[in-house]
Design a protein around this ligand. Structure first.
Ligand SMILES: [Zn+2]
Length: 409
C-alpha cells in the first residue's frame, strides 16, 4: 500500500466521523441511539469495517492511520456517551412532566369518626366523679339473682321486683349454692303462664319452655315465677346496683365507686323505653358520710354538665335498697325554672334516684350499720342524653343513623 492509500483511509475515517456525528445529532431517542451505535460502533459497523483496512497498509503507513483510527473511535465513543446522557435526561424530564402532581387540587377529605353520644356523656360523668375521688368499676351483665335482687333487700317475694322485669338465662351452670330445684327452674322448668313448677318435678320438654331459652317473668301470671327459689337463678342485670354488693363484699370502707354499665329490662320498646340501656351508679360508704354529701356531689355533677345556675332538689322516693330514698331533679336548663314544654311547666326535670344505703344491705355484706353509713345514686345515660340534646325518642341512639349521631358531637 502506498502513502496515498494511507491518506485515503485517513480521509475516509474523517468523513465517517463527520457523517456519524451529524447523524448522531439527529437521533431522536434512545432506540435510535442504539441503532446508531450498532451501525457505527458495532462489531460489523462502519468504523470496524474501515479499521479492518489497516491490515492492508504497509508497515510504515500503519502507525499514522492507526492513530487516526483510534482518535476517531475515541471521539465517536465520547460523542455517543454524551448523547446517551442527554437523551436519558430528556426522557426522565418527560416522565417527570407526565407524572407531575398538581398539589393545588383540593384533596379528598378524611372521614373522622366520633364517640357515640352516650359514650361521650358517660366519660363526662366519669370525669366529674374521678375529680371527687371516686374510682370507676365495671361488672358482669349476666348476674346472679341474689346480687341483682336478694342482697339489695329485694327477697324473692318482694313486690318491687315487679318493676324490674328482666330476662332470665337458662342452661347456665348453676352456682354451688343453688338448690337443685332452682337449677331446674333456671334451665327452663317453668313455662310462661303456668306458675312455678313444683319442687322436684322433671323439667318440661323443650317445646314447652320459654321462647329463646329464657323464661319471661312478671307478665301474664309471671309473678308466681318470681316466687321460685331464687338463690341460683341467673339473669341479665336490671340495674348496675348488684355491683354495690360486689364492691362492698371485697372492699373495706371508705368506698367511693362509680359504676357505669349496660342493663336490661323486659320492656316493650317505645320512644321512652328500650329493653337494653345504660345506667350509672355511685356508691359512697364511710364512717360519717351523710345525705348532705350525696346532695353536694350530685349538685356538682349537674352544674358541671348543665351549667352553674342549676339547682338540685330531692323528693321522697322509694327504692328497696335505700332508706331514706329520694328522687333527684334539676332545675330546667331550658327555661331556668320558669316552666316550659321541656319541664312540662314545672321548672324541674327528673334525673334519677338516690338515698342512704339501707342498713339491711350493709348487714348483707357484713358491715355494721351502727358504725358505717353510705349513700348511693343512679340514673340512666339515655334519659340524661334525651334531656341534654333535646331528643324525643330513645330509639334514635341505637338506630345507627349517622345523620342523627353526627349532630351530637
Ligand atoms: Zn323548663
Amino acid at each position: 500500500m502506498t502513502t496515498s492509500e494511507k491518506s485515503v483511509l485517513i480521509d475516509d475515517l474523517h468523513a465517517l466521523e463527520r457523517e456519524a456525528l451529524a447523524k448522531l445529532a439527529t437521533v431522536p431517542d434512545e432506540r435510535g441511539l442504539e441503532e446508531w451505535r450498532v451501525e457505527v460502533l458495532g462489531r460489523r459497523g462502519t468504523l470496524a469495517e474501515l479499521l479492518r483496512g489497516l491490515a492492508t497498509l504497509s508497515p510504515e503507513a500503519r502507525p499514522a492511520a492507526g492513530a487516526a483510527g483510534n482518535r476517531v473511535k475515541g471521539a465517536l465513543e465520547a460523542a455517543y456517551a454524551e448523547r446517551q446522557r442527554g437523551l436519558r435526561a430528556q426522557s426522565r424530564a418527560r416522565e417527570l412532566e407526565a407524572e407531575r402532581i398538581d398539589v393545588t387540587l383540593p384533596g379528598r377529605g378524611v372521614h373522622l369518626g366520633q364517640l357515640h353520644p352516650i359514650t361521650q356523656l358517660r366519660r363526662e360523668v366519669e370525669r366529674v366523679f374521678i375529680r371527687l375521688g371516686f374510682s370507676v368499676v365495671d361488672g358482669p351483665e349476666v348476674e346472679y339473682d341474689r346480687y341483682n335482687f336478694t342482697l339489695l333487700n329485694m327477697p324473692p317475694d318482694h313486690p318491687a321486683r315487679d318493676i324490674q322485669d328482666t330476662f332470665y338465662v337458662a342452661n347456665v351452670g348453676a352456682p354451688s349454692r343453688a338448690p337443685a330445684t332452682a337449677a331446674a327452674a333456671a334451665a327452663g322448668a317453668v313455662s310462661p303462664g303456668d306458675g312455678a313448677a313444683p319442687a322436684g318435678t322433671d323439667p318440661l320438654p323443650p317445646s314447652e319452655r320459654g321462647a329463646g331459652g329464657h323464661v319471661p317473668v312478671g307478665v301474664d301470671g309471671g309473678k308466681a315465677k318470681m316466687a321460685t327459689p331464687a338463690g341460683g337463678e341467673v339473669l341479665l342485670r336490671t340495674q348496675t346496683s348488684p355491683m354495690q354488693i360486689r364492691v362492698m363484699e371485697c372492699q373495706k370502707p371508705p368506698i367511693r365507686v362509680l359504676i357505669p354499665g349496660r342493663v336490661y329490662r323486659n320492656e316493650a320498646t317505645d320512644a321512652a323505653h328500650e329493653s337494653q340501656f345504660s345506667q350509672v351508679e355511685g356508691l359512697c360508704v364511710d364512717e360519717r358520710t351523710t345525705m348532705g354529701d350525696l346532695r353536694g356531689c350530685l349538685t356538682f355533677m349537674i352544674r358541671t354538665l348543665f351549667g352553674s345556675e342549676r339547682e338540685v332538689r330531692f323528693r321522697c322516693g322509694y327504692f328497696p335498697f335505700v332508706e331514706p330514698g329520694a328522687e333527684f331533679d334539676m332545675s330546667c336548663h331550658v327555661c331556668g325554672g320558669q316552666g316550659c314544654r321541656t319541664c312540662k311547666g314545672t321548672g324541674w326535670i327528673e334525673i334519677g334516684g338516690c338515698g342512704m344505703v339501707h342498713p339491711i344491705v350493709l348487714e348483707n355484706v357484713g358491715l355494721d350499720p351502727s358504725r358505717y353509713s353510705g349513700w348511693a345514686f343512679g340514673f340512666g345515660f339515655e334519659r340524661m342524653a334525651l334531656i341534654r340534646y333535646g331528643v324525643d325518642d330513645i330509639r334514635l341512639f341505637y338506630g345507627n343513623d349517622l345523620r342523627f349521631l353526627q349532630q351530637l358531637r
